[in-house]
Design a protein around this ligand. Structure first.
Ligand SMILES: [Zn+2]
Length: 323
């Protein structure tokens, strides 16, 4: 696992409010600027071994909850994996097939990274996403991860709306199945653009036609054009569906059964029986899949030029013909 060491990461961190330097104090960190709201000792507390670098006045992250959650994470013994990860290999492939699109794109991203020790920032990285394992096992790459909770694969707790890193400080960003969970995805992508070095790379996967997941923390969906516009200050290297309408239908059947039976277990059981629907994705041409995707990906390079309104309308690649 090529996680950046804590010392290297600590040297990079800045105040999420004013982006000034930080100083270590008993019980946490604080901003070094006398006029900053976070100048008092321990203004950014430690949650277990994770510094909580959150502008609490402007975030959904609750300071006390972050500390309590991290205490549980820090003292928890490694237990059995939950959800689909706990299933035997064959069933796991039925319920959670490997994400080959992510694996291909992460491979392309890793091969495009410059220098001897490029940094890869994982936004919302409390768990290692499906198909992105290679990013954590490339000995050349220094992985820096953060999320709103502590995790063995993150070095600090932060809110993606105010990333506590200096501008132009990382070589690449991975943001997989995260942008639907933030209140203002355009602001988060602006932050990703800010922390990337010139020519830096981003890989994003975001749901399009998916049911609500993570309950109260699920806010937004994107069409292919909407996703492209979200990354309007990036040059596109590749983009398209992660999973098509067969996968989308499979999840819809699951949720229809959940609604009819009031049972998530019954929904999952029917999804297990109808797993073959996913295979229909292969029969759907890309232009149709673009209009009906379960999720979309975007691999791009940081640019100083922004797509115009005309360009985003011309960008449409779906199967529908304008009247
Ligand atoms: Zn500050």
């Amino acid at each position: 696992m090529a996680l950046a060491d804590p010392e290297t990461t600590r040297r990079l961190l800045v105040c999420p409010r004013c982006r000034s330097g930080l100083t270590d104090t008993t019980g946490g960190l604080n901003c070094t600027v006398s006029t900053c709201a976070y100048r008092s000792p321990g203004a950014f507390p430690m949650a277990g071994r994770w510094p909580v670098l959150v502008d609490f006045e402007r975030s959904v992250v609750d300071c006390g909850e972050a500390v309590r959650t991290a205490d549980r994470t820090d003292t928890a013994r490694p237990g059995p994996a939950g959800g689909a990860d706990a299933l035997p290999a064959l069933l796991r492939r039925v319920f959670k097939p490997p994400n080959r699109i992510a694996a291909q794109n992460v491979d392309l991203l890793l091969r495009s990274l410059p220098g001897p020790a490029p940094t890869l920032l994982v936004v919302g990285g409390a768990t290692v996403g499906n198909g992105v394992n290679a990013a954590y096992h490339d000995p050349r790459v220094q992985v820096i991860g953060f999320d709103i909770v502590g995790s063995p694969v993150t070095q600090f707790i932060a809110d993606a709306h105010q990333i506590p890193l200096p501008s132009a400080s990382v070589d690449a960003v991975l943001v997989q199945a995260v942008l639907e969970h933030v209140l203002d995805p355009h602001l988060v992508v602006a932050e990703i653009h800010r922390v990337l070095k010139g020519g830096g790379l981003v890989y994003a996967e975001t749901p399009f036609l998916q049911q609500v997941h993570a309950g109260a923390h699920d806010f937004t969906r994107f069409t292919a054009s909407g996703h492209r516009y979200l990354f309007r200050r990036f040059e596109e290297l590749a983009a398209g569906p992660v999973a098509g309408p067969g996968t989308q239908l499979l999840w819809s059947v699951d949720h229809l059964v959940r609604g009819l039976t009031r049972s998530a277990l019954a929904g999952r059981a029917v999804r297990g029986l109808m797993f073959w629907l996913r295979a229909l994705d292969r029969l759907v041409p890309p232009e149709y899949a673009t209009d009906d995707a379960s999720a979309l990906f975007f691999l791009g390079r940081r640019s100083d030029r922004e797509l115009t309104a005309q360009e985003i309308v011309a960008y449409y690649r779906g199967a529908q013909v304008s009247a």
